[in-house]
Design a protein around this ligand. Structure first.
Ligand SMILES: [Cu+2]
Length: 149
């Protein structure tokens, strides 16, 4: 076996192993009007390790900024608060969903169509970097006040 193939195999093994620590399920983006300035991204993140992990940041091409947000109830008013990270306790699952934790795509160059996918790169504090393809779906409108993503 030549060296090139061998090193390719090794890097594949490494990727498979790294990804086994963190498993992302069902990444999706809630569809928005063509003039929307933000889009919410949701998913479930499984921490398969015995250590707490933090989601530190997310990136997507074609957006001015990508932030980690959490919608909180502030005296009956739902509002989004930017978070420095999202915690995923050991052996637990963090659920990003409307009205709770989410990733916010801010100032899109173009709002993606329903059915299209957006590649979102996730960076965790254990060194894992994982890119997921989030599909744009028409999410149910939540009967809530403003600023609910
Ligand atoms: Cu938000």
């Amino acid at each position: 076996m030549n060296k090139k193939i061998l090193s390719a195999l090794f890097s594949l093994l490494f990727i498979a192993q790294a990804n086994a620590d963190i498993i992302v399920y069902d990444p999706w983006i809630r569809s928005a009007p063509v003039n929307a300035s933000v889009l919410g991204v949701f998913m479930q993140i499984d921490n398969q390790t015995d250590k707490d992990i933090k989601l530190l940041s997310a990136y997507a091409q074609g957006y001015r900024r990508v932030e980690i947000h959490r919608t909180v109830n502030d005296n009956g008013l739902m509002k989004m608060v930017r978070q420095l990270f999202a915690p995923i306790p050991a052996r637990e699952r963090l659920i990003l969903k409307p009205g709770s934790w989410h990733i916010m795509l801010i100032k899109p160059e173009k709002v993606p169509d329903i059915g299209s996918t957006v590649a979102i790169k996730l960076e965790f504090d254990n060194g894992t970097v994982q890119t997921v393809n989030a599909q744009v779906k028409s999410g149910k409108k939540m009967h809530m006040n403003n600023h609910e993503h």
